[in-house]
Unconditional design. Structure first.
Length: 934
DNA sequence: ACAGGAACTTA
DNA sequence: GTAAGTTCCTGTT
């Protein structure tokens, strides 16, 4: 995407006095523009995609604006093979074919560029890089200033004192010093650097395991590739072997990475001057491709495609033309730091008369229970934001507005349901403000969740990552202003000027992200409804659960820690005796040494890195024949319990509330599940006897009970619904024990003749099904032969043919459209589904099978939580509280006086959360603690 | 002080 | 065979 100069970016001097030669890497532009998410949806009424065209023209427009006197030449790759393929047939062999949506935009783009009067070069048998290199070299020899606009790092080899690169995305120029800074090598070493590393994408071989760090190190030592090759025998270790193995093909890699600078061109750079645009042809083309804004610019007499319109703060509408506007760049910005009442009131008026605004809180801690408010920032339109510092208290900090007065002024605004709030991870801000007695309402757009619903796996969803991906903008990082490590400052200690810029930028960028992501999300009906109807409404529900916390009995845990400690001491002594020496039981490395080298126990399995594994399953097997593994196993299990749970949980109780407050993360998992951290309440032990005891410390308050309600077999029920397999649907409809029913089918026995062992096998098969099983995996799980496992699997599909069809359909859908979806339309993209690497492809296929089930289950319990929360709000009875969610289970605290009827009501709400073609069954338990309730 | 791997916990 | 998070150790900053 184009970016005009941001007031925040540094050393970005643009030469406008001379007439530099501007070489545009059209193919790199095209590729980038095609992958900009919010451009992908653009098309004409009859379905011709135009997003890449729009993107490239925007970038060109921006370039023209930045270099008004520049002599622009646009270069594209020609179709077909190049001389590099002759040199090396596998060159770029891994590239997937160009998608039709992209291919169909090339010819129109060429036409438009030509009509604009820009020289366009498409030279067969070489790549655009080579043409650019040739022109740049010619210009350089004549001392002409040249700027190459590209996103391709390989071009760094072309940089000289007269030739600079400009990054298509960030608009940052890179000169000789810039290359050295960015890559750690000089421009004349770039080819050596690239050859050593190789290039996965282009299929250029390099030295195995040699990445940027190693390449830079070697080149710093030996100067050139030749130098490195000459000294290859001196390099030690595995990487030295890798280097020596690569010696023969390194010259080829070098050749492939070298941009050819002597392509025969018919015209020189000077001869390729721009001509006047052919307005008539341009008008026709813009009309044909429905490029409305460009058309409007044309009639207004503008010739460029500059995109400097200010985007309104209102929720963007869902239309193609609006989306085009949303492709706005991060441009000029103006940030206010509010220290006086008059300016504050001015902003307050504007906020009060807005229909939506972005805001962000700055605090002393990422832990919402400990955080103290330090300031607030706001943005109503892109580029204009304000920071209200409240509690900066470093020496000679300026006087700030009174916190309580400011919050009193803001309270009605923040609690208004009419004025919509935009934010990044608003649950955090809501939790913090709730400590100041402000209950934020009108929470409509959380950019983190927008990005997550749009594509859960394309990026992480923190603001820095989103700004980079969706705005091509690199934000000020917290560490840049606060430092890191032990010396990190808290926000109140940071200089107000610096803090103000950072904070205001946060609000500004959040607003711009919303303007970029939401329209893209709104292009697809179902993901939008997941956002609007599930995720955003859930946000305040989770906030309430987090703030409510859960009660634990620290004394019980302390006692358990003590007895676990004693047992661990015994085990340690026993282990040392068995080993004949003292060692650290927690160190897999020391354990390997003792087990496999000193005691000469046979190696069963290796870790991915090649070391002999001491994993649980291995020790389990060894424990049959040797005493030490058994001791280690018990030690490991118990020390995990002690360090993670019984020692740690009491320390995490909030002094303010006396309860444990987790964080639920709404934008982490690929499939739509929640995750929980600090502490993770979703992996509290249950399977082992010892582990269960930890649940006894999760207690109800006085006169209350713990009620746990969980969905029974929810994923298999979803499978029944999705596949509509007759046998599976019938089994559930008749309320059968599903594992038993499966066993009866597979082993061809009557239902009441199924043995425990058969049921166990059937259960493993059912689980395998949910996980996209292979016969191999099943064999391992059941400890049977592969053949046998394959027979079970065949039998299963024979008995439940609908399931087989469903799985085949899902794989196909994933392959064709690149994503799978839940019943409610939550999408999971599978970038590896067409991977060349068979392992990755297979893994993606399993994920594709599993995601609709796991994801639908997540959707269902989220809907149940919404229904429960709404009912709780209606009851307005503080004797009932929803405290935890563990994927298919909700946990409540309920006063003993109303526990029975309330539980029945909650079970009903969960059962009726959604309508499936099989019954949805929630089962409950009631007790004084979580163990009893489960 | 931090990053990565191995191991262990859950649904 | 799916999806997560935490702790400890180890080797590198």
């Amino acid at each position: 995407m184009t970016t005009s100069q941001s007031s925040t970016s540094e050393n970005n001097t643009i030469e406008s006095t001379k007439s530099p030669l501007i070489l545009v890497d059209g193919s790199s532009y095209l590729f980038r523009a095609y992958h900009v998410p919010y451009l992908q949806a653009l098309s004409t009424a009859d379905g011709q995609p135009t997003g890449a065209i729009t993107g490239v023209l925007n970038m060109l427009g921006s370039l023209k604006k930045d270099y008004p006197n520049g002599n622009i030449i646009v270069i594209f790759d020609a179709k077909g093979k190049t001389f590099r393929n002759d040199m090396y047939p596998e060159y770029k062999a891994n590239r997937p074919p160009m998608p039709d949506e992209l291919r169909s935009q090339i010819a129109p783009l060429h036409e438009i560029i030509t009509a604009m009067g820009l020289p366009l070069l498409v030279i067969p048998d070489v790549e655009a890089d080579d043409v650019i290199g040739t022109l740049a070299k010619q210009a350089d020899e004549q001392g002409m200033e040249t700027v190459i606009s590209t996103g391709d790092k390989d071009m760094a080899q072309l940089v000289t004192p007269h030739v600079r690169l400009i990054n298509t995305m960030t608009n940052v120029e890179m000169d000789v010093a810039g290359v050295s800074e960015k890559f750690g090598v000089r421009p004349d070493q770039i080819i050596d650097y690239l050859a050593l590393m190789g290039d996965k994408v282009d299929n250029i071989p390099g030295v195995v395991k040699c990445g940027p760090k190693t390449a830079v190190k070697w080149l710093a030592e030996h100067g050139t590739l030749e130098g490195v090759i000459a000294n290859a025998d001196k390099v030690k270790g595995k990487i030295g072997e890798n280097l020596r193995e690569a010696l023969e093909q390194l010259p080829l890699s070098y050749q492939l990475a070298t941009i050819k600078c002597d392509v025969e061109l018919e015209q020189s750079a000077e001869q390729l001057a721009a001509s006047e645009p052919d307005v008539e042809a341009l008008t026709a083309l813009y009309q044909k491709f429905e490029l409305k804004r460009l058309l409007a610019d044309l009639t207004k007499g503008k010739t460029s495609a500059n995109n400097t319109e200010v985007v309104k703060a209102a929720a963007p509408k869902n239309s193609a033309s609006e989306v085009e506007v949303i492709a706005a760049e991060v441009g000029e910005s103006q940030y206010d730091i509010i220290l006086d009442q008059a300016l504050f009131e001015q902003w307050l008026d504007k906020l009060n008369s807005s229909i939506a605004f972005a805001f962000d809180t700055e605090t002393t801690s990422v832990d919402y229970m400990k955080a103290e408010l330090v300031g607030l920032s706001f943005a109503i339109e892109a580029g204009k934001a304000a920071y209200v510092p409240l509690m900066h208290d470093y020496a000679d900090a300026p006087e700030q507005l009174d916190r309580d007065w400011v919050l009193a002024q803001l309270k009605p605004l923040l609690e208004s349901t009419e004025i919509k709030k935009i934010g990044q991870n608003l649950k955090y801000d809501a939790n913090v403000l709730s400590q100041y007695n402000i209950e934020v309402k009108g929470i409509a757009f959380d950019t983190m969740i927008e990005s997550y619903c749009y594509n859960s796996v394309a990026t992480r969803h923190n603001m820095d990552a989103l700004a980079l991906k969706y705005l091509g903008y690199s934000t000020v990082h917290f560490e840049d202003i606060a430092g890191k490590g032990a010396k990190q400052l808290t926000f109140n200690q940071i200089d107000i000027e610096k803090a103000g810029h950072y904070a205001a930028e946060d609000a500004d960028i959040t607003l711009r992200l919303h303007q970029a992501i939401f329209p893209a999300l709104a292009q697809s009906e179902k993901p939008l409804s997941v956002f609007n109807d599930i995720e955003m409404p859930l946000l305040p529900v989770l906030a309430r659960m987090e703030q409510g916390g859960v009660l634990i009995d620290s004394d019980v845990l302390d006692q358990q820690s003590h007895s676990l400690g004693q047992r661990l001491d015994e085990l340690e002594i026993e282990a040392h005796n068995l080993a004949g020496k003292s060692f650290n039981l927690g160190s897999p490395k020391q354990l390997q040494q003792i087990l496999f080298e000193e005691l000469k126990i046979p190696v069963i399995k290796k870790t991915p890195k090649g070391a002999p594994s001491t994993a649980e399953e291995v020790l389990q097997e060894l424990a049959l024949d040797y005493p030490l593994p058994k001791v280690i196993l018990e030690n490991r299990g118990l020390s995990k319990l002690k360090s993670t749970y019984t020692d740690k949980l009491p320390l995490m109780v909030s002094p303010k509330t006396g309860r444990l407050h987790t964080s639920y993360h709404q934008a982490v998992t690929a499939t739509g599940r929640l995750s929980s951290t600090e502490p993770n309440l979703q992996n509290i032990p249950i399977r082992s006897e010892q582990g269960r005891k930890i649940r006894q410390a999760f207690i109800a308050p006085k006169d209350h009970k713990i009620v746990a309600i969980d969905y029974s077999q929810i994923e298999l029920r979803i499978m029944a619904h999705l596949s509509n397999d007759k046998g599976l649907v019938t089994a559930f409809s008749e309320g059968k024990d599903i594992h038993k029913a499966t066993a009866a089918e597979i082993f061809a026995v009557e239902l009441d003749e199924v043995t425990t062992d058969q049921r166990r096998s059937a259960k493993a098969i059912n689980f395998g099904l949910i996980y996209g099983m292979s016969a191999f995996g099943l064999a391992k799980q059941l400890n049977i032969g592969r053949q046998q496992a394959q027979e079970y699997q065949d039998k299963y599909f024979q008995r439940y043919p609908g399931v087989l069809t469903y799985m085949e359909d899902t794989r196909q859908q994933a392959t064709e459209q690149g994503y799978v979806e839940t019943i409610f339309g939550r999408r999971l993209y599978l970038p590896d589904i067409n991977a060349k690497n068979g392992m990755r492809k297979k893994a993606a296929e399993r994920a594709a099978i599993n995601a609709p089930m796991q994801g639908t289950a997540a959707d269902i319990i989220k809907k149940a939580m919404l229904a429960v929360d709404q009912w709780l709000l209606e009851q307005n009875d503080d004797r009932v509280k929803m405290t935890m969610q563990v994927h298919d289970e909700l946990i409540f605290e309920i006063h003993q006086d109303i526990v029975e009827e309330t539980t029945q009501k909650l079970v009903a709400l969960m059962n009726n959360a959604v309508e499936l073609s099989v019954p949805l069954i929630a089962e409950y338990g009631i007790g004084d603690n979580w163990d009893e309730a489960h």
